[in-house]
Design a protein. Structure first.
Length: 271
């Protein structure tokens, strides 16, 4: 009985600050502006081109960002873990600090470098005398992709470094002494050991990318609308609260489903 009593306060707090607002969002998604209770908001949103385009943009950006993070994260983790260089420990610690940075901060840094009036364009105009610089990709989907890969790669590197720290170096030394070259050692020894960590990191990045709002907003990418930004657009710009709630419910369902997949992968990987 005592454990149940101790559990009541946090459960009540969770219900108040999370479950109750979520229930209100779901309720509002079934209440069109005309009044009553209806599934018409879902019909209207699902039939709109803006929703289908936002859903497709959200999915392909998340998948592409996850793939980029997996490739770049694996390469960086290999270098940090197996290539001796001064400062490797400091780089590893910096990755831990990097995980605490807000996403918009990374986007602002990229804007300072590659933005329309950023350092790269400024250097180009100073050297060539041109009226404007050539770097304009940051306001395109490729800019969003670059920002997401830059920000989320450490979420893949961290579990990989943990996996590499448990790798038996005797296997690497034996393979090297038998004449195996680095690519073969990576492919046949290191990569199989890294697959669980890659699966965990990739699953987490996929969930985070699907819900990313700050990066898309701060890059100012034209024509790039994801589900989170569509919620913002419908609620703030269009005052279409039932439509915004419908998109939010869809986003939550996708996120919860992928989080369930992440937990399954983590459990099987022993994370």
């Amino acid at each position: 009985m005592a454990p149940l009593l101790w559990a009541l306060p946090p459960v009540a707090l969770l219900a108040l600050v999370f479950l109750y607002p979520l229930a209100l969002v779901v309720q509002q998604s079934f209440q069109p502006d005309t009044g009553g209770t209806s599934v018409q908001p879902y019909v209207d949103v699902f039939a709109s081109h803006a929703f289908r385009e936002a859903l497709w943009t959200t999915v392909w950006l998340a998948v592409a960002s996850t793939a980029g993070c997996l490739v770049l994260g694996f390469v960086l983790a290999l270098i940090i873990a197996f290539v001796p260089f001064p400062g490797a420990r400091a780089v590893s610690r910096f990755i831990d600090v990097f995980l605490s940075f807000p996403s918009f901060l990374i986007t602002l840094a990229l804007l300072f470098i590659y933005g329309t009036v950023g350092m790269a364009n400024g250097l180009w105009t100073d050297v060539t005398g041109a009226g404007e610089g050539p770097f304009r990709f940051l306001t395109t989907p490729w800019g969003v992709l670059l920002a997401e890969i830059t920000y989320f790669t450490p979420f893949v590197v961290r579990p990989l470094l943990a996996a590499f720290s448990q790798l038996d170096t005797a296997q690497l030394e034996a393979a090297s002494s038998l004449g195996a070259r680095a690519p073969r050692i990576v492919r046949q020894i290191i990569l199989p050991e890294a697959l669980p960590a890659l699966a965990v990191g990739g699953s987490l990045v996929l969930v985070l990318c699907l819900n990313e709002f700050g990066i898309v907003l701060f890059t100012g990418a034209k024509g790039v609308t994801t589900l989170p930004t569509l919620v913002y657009s419908k609620a703030i710009l269009e005052s279409d609260y039932p439509g915004a709630c419908v998109v939010a419910v869809v986003n939550v369902l996708i996120s919860v489903g992928l989080y369930g997949l992440y937990r399954v992968v983590s459990r099987r990987a022993g994370a």
